[in-house]
Design a protein around this ligand. Structure first.
Ligand code: BES
Ligand code: ZN
Length: 481
């Protein structure tokens, strides 16, 4: 099998920039340069919508955001529509104004929904009032994912506004439920399979190690979510009067959670590692080549020491090994001062990150069985299974991957790296299953973008270079088709 090292050399040799026609590409690139301020202004307008898909009170904000996006797409000359779903609308915008053509067709996927901004008091400026400082734009959704897919729209705008013929057809599919599991998108893909038939999907919703290492991501972790509630007495009880004679549900839950992972960072649920493949030596070498400084990383995250599964480096732990995280833990009195009670219940929200070959349904059965087995008879256990996403891995070989690497090289003027990443994008497996195509993950995010954290930001240099990358990508992909 070809090693990653040899593959790097192979694509290096083949990366001869393809300039449609030099002067046309120059017109496109000049347009992007001239319209930089407007692009930033548009991104500011886009991030002002509090399109938080997890919170029902924002339903109208999601629709307003989708409408804004569709209008923007129409203004730049795309045929755009809002497709209603059981959840939030999907924006579809295409260059195919007169039906199908014989040109190759690529999909660009992104999401206009964002994570909840809480805790609000940790933001240095309000999450939905964009602030620019030090060449970065701060706002919820700036990096994940509005800025990243807007970069592609800006590149297409440059083609259309300079009347430069695109060498392929493009259809943007921008959904509003990615952060809550993309439930409406798979049915939508099935329903519009013919219209969405394409050569490949392009997604910028991942990251790169730093600005001098643009990246093509070829693997993502999967996910399985579970909410555990432990019920004790029928109401909160006086802990002095009754404490000691009934089980404390918070304690019972804590003891159960403690039996899911050991102090070496290994998950102790029977069968959990059954389908996990060992990391190949070539992949481990690739990880070692990535820029990484443990001390700076520790500082970035604000922890006194790093922790992870023994025997793996931090980069391996966070992107190529499975994990179990407690995302939320609640019980009893959380207000000011003290209240002496035995709480009636305790709850934990958990998610697993899964690696290739692990099946979310199987893992979920294993954890539920384990929890039922270790739950003491003095409390009642309630398990609510949440959303799932399968892990993703597509070897970064073949002409489209090479075309993508070339466009990264041209935009960043640096040799790109190949990455496995730890986050999940649930729909990429469905692109393969329903449309039969692979996804090129060309992330523009940086490790310190604070995705899902307070003070999310998008580096405006990544925004600029992302637009350049997209401008170069279409001729490269069309040539490879
Ligand atoms: N953009 C992220 C995924 C991501 C981030 C992948 C960085 C790789 C590197 C995406 O918006 C996301 O957060 N996905 C969720 C999916 C989940 C809610 C099903 C995730 O990974 O938690
Ligand atoms: Zn996200």
């Amino acid at each position: 099998m070809e090693t990653f090292a040899s593959r790097r050399r192979v694509w290096g040799l083949f990366c001869r920039p393809f300039l449609l026609n030099g002067s046309r590409m120059k017109a496109v690139l000049d347009y992007l340069k001239r319209n930089r301020r407007q692009a930033i202004k548009d991104l500011c307008d886009y991030v002002r919508f509090p399109s938080v898909s997890a919170q029902p009170q924002h339903r109208k904000d999601l629709t307003a955001c989708a409408q804004w996006l569709a209008r923007y797409c129409r203004n730049l000359g795309l045929d755009a529509r809002l497709c209603p779903t059981k959840g939030h609308p999907i924006v579809v915008a295409t260059t195919r104004t007169n039906g199908r053509s014989s040109r190759p067709h690529f999909l660009v996927y992104g999401h206009y929904d964002v994570q909840p901004p809480e805790p609000l008091d940790l933001w240095h400026s309000p999450p939905f009032e964009p602030r620019i400082a030090g060449g970065r734009l701060f706002a919820r959704g700036a990096s994940d994912n509005k800025g990243q897919h807007l970069a592609h729209l800006k590149a297409v705008e440059a083609y259309l506004k300079t009347r430069t013929e695109l060498p392929c057809d493009l259809t943007f599919v921008i959904e509003g439920e990615e952060e809550v599991g993309s439930a409406s998108l798979a049915p939508f893909l099935r329903q519009h399979r013919r219209e969405l038939g394409c050569q490949a999907v392009v997604v910028s919703d991942t990251g790169m190690p730093d600005k001098s290492h643009p990246a093509l991501t070829y693997a993502l972790r999967g996910l399985a979510a579970l909410e555990i509630t432990v019920h004790g007495p029928s109401r909160d009880l006086h802990s002095g009067v009754f404490g000691g004679s009934v089980e404390n549900p918070a304690m019972a839950l804590a003891r159960m959670l403690a039996q899911t992972r050991d102090d070496q960072g290994r998950i102790t649920i029977p069968g959990f590692y059954q389908d996990v493949q060992p990391l190949r030596a070539a992949e481990r070498r690739q990880f070692q080549r990535l820029p990484f400084q443990a001390a700076a990383y520790r500082k970035l995250l604000g922890v006194p020491a790093l922790f992870g599964e023994a025997g793996f480096s931090p980069l391996e732990q966070r992107s190529a090994r499975p994990t179990l995280e407690i995302n939320g833990l609640t019980s009893g009195y959380q207000g000011e001062g003290s209240k002496t009670i035995v709480p009636a219940w305790a709850r934990a929200k958990l998610t697993f990150r899964l690696v290739p070959h692990q099946d979310p349904n199987k893992v979920m059965r294993q954890i539920c069985r384990h929890l039922r087995k270790i739950c003491p008879p003095s409390v009642r256990l309630e398990l609510e299974v949440g959303h799932h996403a399968k892990p993703y891995l597509v070897p970064p070989s073949g002409p489209y991957a090479r075309a993508a690497l070339c466009s990264l090289q041209q935009a960043f003027q640096r040799e790109p790296v190949l990455l496995r990443e730890g986050g999940s994008i649930p729909i990429v497996n469905e692109f393969r299953a329903i449309l039969g195509v692979d996804t090129l993950l060309l992330g523009l995010g940086l490790p310190d973008d604070n995705m899902h954290s307070p003070n999310e930001k998008f580096d405006l240099e990544c925004f600029d270079r992302g637009q350049l990358m997209s401008a170069h990508l279409w001729p490269e992909l069309a040539r490879a088709a």
